[in-house]
Design a binder for this molecule. Structure first.
Ligand SMILES: NC(=O)c1ccc[n+]([C@@H]2O[C@H](COP(=O)([O-])OP(=O)(O)OC[C@H]3O[C@@H](n4cnc5c(N)ncnc54)[C@H](OP(=O)(O)O)[C@@H]3O)[C@@H](O)[C@H]2O)c1
Length: 315
């Protein structure tokens, strides 16, 4: 069993991953600012050492990577890396010192897709800082691994879902009012034909993918893996399923995106654009084959578990 340092372990994924690590017998150190609390209580947290560090502040002082290396980890799980510079600082400090670095990327490294479901090895054309930088981080880590410098793996989650926060909704944004409208049986407007896609994943399934990467070290080093549910949803199919979930016949209307954007809040329209411009739909064949990934949740099961405890939607 290993000493595992998780950077940012008290969030969506860490809520599930940290108990899994402890239960597997690992010695776990969580590095965070000490503000966030896991979404679910679990006795395993009593056996986790907490180290309070602010990554941004430590990086600005040029000592974050060294601080992580000083914890003598065998495995490092980096939940919160968003820029190539941040990644390089950590990767340089860990070179020659760890058995495994598992970095959390995103399916947005792909940008818009050419064929679906998209595989990890398909050509990528990311756009926007977030996806572009995550793509650069992934390339850098996998190159370091293939050169034999740093044994790294990248796990790419879809839209992470779980009880305690609002899932990406059938209109492609995060405003939970959409679920309330559907639950009340009121008509929902969707952009275009509603055939653009979203690809959720339960936070516990992301945690499972990380555990699989650690367990199947030999197959995982130097590789990226999509961590999504078994199938993406169209906005229309997702909305219809949610109406039926709450006992209604679907009541949908469709508007060209530009018109639709005028009937919702600007920030919601922007969030939807970000999601449907990419319309993720990703394959999990590689993760199934190489790291034993078997997602427990379909997209709808994950969403329905989460909305069941959203304020105003319980019961
Ligand atoms: N959310 C999604 O749908 C989605 C989709 C694809 C990929 N991802 C990727 O998933 C990762 C995020 O995972 P998550 O959603 O589980 O994380 P999260 O819920 O945002 O949790 C973030 C964790 O990091 C800690 N943290 C935040 N800022 C910090 C800082 N400056 N220094 C030290 N610790 C800090 C937080 O604790 P404190 O506040 O106490 O510091 C918390 O433990 C990212 O790499 C993201 O790109 C997310």
């Amino acid at each position: 069993m290993a000493r595992v340092v998780i950077i940012g372990g008290a969030g969506h994924v860490g809520t599930y991953l940290v108990p899994r690590l402890v239960e597997a017998g690992h010695e776990v150190v969580n590095v965070s600012r000490g503000v966030a609390r896991p979404y679910r209580a679990h006795a395993a947290w009593g056996r986790v050492r907490q180290v309070v560090l602010d990554r941004g502040a430590e990086e600005a002082a040029g000592r974050f990577g060294a601080a992580i290396a000083a914890l003598s980890p065998e495995v490092v799980i980096d939940m919160i890396c968003f820029t190539p510079a941040s990644n390089a600082e950590l990767a340089d400090a860990l070179t020659g010192k760890v058995q495994h670095l598992v970095s959390i990327g995103t399916i947005w490294v792909h940008g818009a897709l050419t064929s679906v479901p998209a595989r990890e090895e398909d050509a990528r054309a990311p756009f926007g800082d977030y996806g572009t930088w995550k793509s650069q981080i992934e390339d850098d880590l996998l190159a370091r691994a293939r050169r034999g410098d740093l044994p790294a793996t990248v796990i790419r989650p879809g839209h992470i879902v779980g009880p305690g926060w609002a899932p990406l909704n059938p209109a492609g944004h995060f405003n939970p009012a959409v679920f309330a409208e559907i639950k009340a049986g009121r008509t929902l407007s969707l952009p275009n034909f509603g055939l653009e896609t979203v690809h959720h994943v339960h936070a516990d399934d992301v945690a499972q993918a990380v555990m699989g990467a650690i367990r199947h070290w030999g197959a995982a080093v130097g590789e990226a893996f999509n961590a999504v549910s078994p199938a993406a949803l169209t906005l229309k199919g997702y909305a219809e399923a949610m109406y039926r979930h709450w006992g209604h016949e679907p009541a949908l209307r469709f508007l060209p995106f530009e018109e639709w954007a005028k009937v919702v809040a600007p920030e919601d329209a922007q969030a939807t654009w970000e999601h449907i411009a990419r319309s993720p739909c990703h394959s999990i064949d590689k993760a199934r084959r190489l790291i034993g990934y078997q997602p427990r949740y379909t997209s709808l099961e994950a969403v329905q578990e989460a909305v069941a405890v959203l304020p105003g939607l319980q019961g």
